[in-house]
Write a protein that binds this ligand. Structure first.
Ligand SMILES: Cc1cc2nc3c(=O)[nH]c(=O)nc-3n(C[C@H](O)[C@H](O)[C@H](O)COP(=O)(O)OP(=O)(O)OC[C@H]3O[C@@H](n4cnc5c(N)ncnc54)[C@H](O)[C@@H]3O)c2cc1C
Length: 380
């Protein structure tokens, strides 16, 4: 292991692994420190699948970020030679409200190819496995895709290490310090020093940022896999895209049946239960199953079959539910990359690229002003 490092990255989950890769690719001496085995199922990036889509972000603040993220996901697939990291499935977004701001803002599909509006009859025709009635309508985004989080993290770590990064799993960081000359990080085994520090601790960001007056929270979520009762073929990726249905008490979301896990996956995107990420009940329970059964009974009568797996996971939140990507307000040599706020996986390679640029140069070309921490400091 090198005696000193240019940059230490704390947290080698989704965005930390990608940040290690972006930094190592520039020839920097990088140390990544992860408290659990890599990859793991304790944070916000497990469960075999994540959704991505472009349409809702066109014309809004995330446009440049999602477009850059798509480029970088494709680069990752090519460089790692792991086509399963990103599988294009298309995306069916189902809405209840007659107007949905981000889809009204988006230019017509002829101009962009990003989405097409579908009325109920058209959804029924194309996707008969969905049971939808008035007032639902939909949008079809052909760029929608399924991303594989564990495979992406593994690939980023492998490629970072091939570029010379040192990455240590099972190494919890207990504290960090920074002054104008450099940073140091204390683990239970050693103290490490470097020129710069990037904090990518996901649901644990609140613990590492206890010196700031910003409340970053972690929330317990759950999701599951079920086997269809009938018409199993209509849940295969040839027939079923990634999807979301706006409902109460949140947004149901799901994926087609893939080969790495039996059954098809469904979850509920909602606020969940606010928890201490070090002390909460990770064991899935009957209430977790009932959350998805409600959606299955309502929207997938043919799909409401035997349960194959339930898991819990952590969302992370800032007070305004917009991520933080910025230089630490009190320490120029420390970059913050998180919390990513419950929908951040799709943006990970772009956030990581921006965090790596901020760490090295203090600036980034990605338009991330709305993600800067000053908006939260003003409020507090
Ligand atoms: C159930 C669920 C479904 C989701 N679905 C989607 C989706 O479909 N699309 C989408 O875009 N996003 C989705 N998200 C959000 C997205 O997955 C997360 O925003 C993203 O993966 C978080 O990445 P991260 O790197 O910030 O956090 P993590 O991957 O959790 O990484 C943080 C890492 O820091 C480590 N760490 C923390 N403290 C320390 C310490 N002191 N020392 C060392 N290491 C430390 C942790 O162990 C962890 O590995 C979903 C999230 C969940 C939970």
């Amino acid at each position: 292991m090198p005696e000193s490092f240019d940059v230490i990255v704390v947290g080698v989950g989704a965005v930390g692994s990608a940040t290690c890769y972006h930094l190592a690719k520039q020839g920097l001496r990088v140390l990544g420190l992860e408290r659990f085995a890599i990859p793991h199922a304790q944070g916000g990036s497990h469960g075999n699948s994540r959704q991505t889509k472009i349409a809702p972000y066109i014309g809004g603040p995330y446009e440049a970020i999602i477009l850059r993220a798509y480029e970088l996901w494709r680069e990752l697939v090519a460089e790692s030679q792991q086509p399963d990291i990103m599988v294009t499935t298309g995306f069916l977004d189902v809405h209840r409200q007659p107007q949905v701001a981000h889809y009204n803002r988006t230019p017509a599909p002829k101009d962009t190819g990003y989405f097409e509006k579908l009325d109920l009859a058209e959804i029924r025709h194309r996707f008969p496995q969905f049971q939808l009635t008035e007032p639902y309508w939909g949008t079809w985004d052909p760029t929608g895709a399924l991303l594989r989080p564990e495979l992406a993290i593994t690939s980023f770590v492998r490629m970072a290490m091939q570029q010379g990064a040192t990455i240590l799993g099972n190494t919890p960081v207990q504290s960090w310090k920074a002054d104008r000359f450099g940073v140091s990080v204390q683990t239970d085994r050693d103290t490490y020093s470097a020129g710069r520090l990037v904090l990518c601790a996901g649901p644990w960001m609140g613990k590492l940022l206890s010196d700031l007056s910003i409340v970053c929270t972690a929330n317990r979520m759950s999701f599951g896999w079920v086997w269809p009762l009938r018409n199993a073929k209509s849940f295969l990726p040839e027939a079923m895209p990634c999807w979301c249905i706006d409902d109460e008490p949140g947004i149901y979301y799901g994926f087609p049946m893939m080969t790495d896990v039996p059954g098809y996956k469904i979850g509920l995107h909602w606020y969940g239960e606010n928890v201490d990420p070090d002390q909460f009940d990770r064991m899935p329970n009957a209430h977790d199953e009932e959350l998805i059964r409600v959606g299955l009974r309502k929207f997938f009568p043919d799909g409401n079959g035997p349960l194959l797996g339930l898991r819990t996971c952590l969302y992370d939140h800032t007070p305004d539910d917009v991520p933080i990507i910025d230089t630490h307000p009190d320490h120029d040599l420390v970059t913050l990359c998180g919390p990513l706020c419950g929908a951040g996986f799709k943006f990970v390679p772009a956030y990581a690229e921006a965090a790596a640029e901020l760490a090295v140069t203090g600036t980034t070309t990605l338009p991330i002003d709305f993600l800067r921490i000053k908006r939260l400091l003003k409020q507090s």
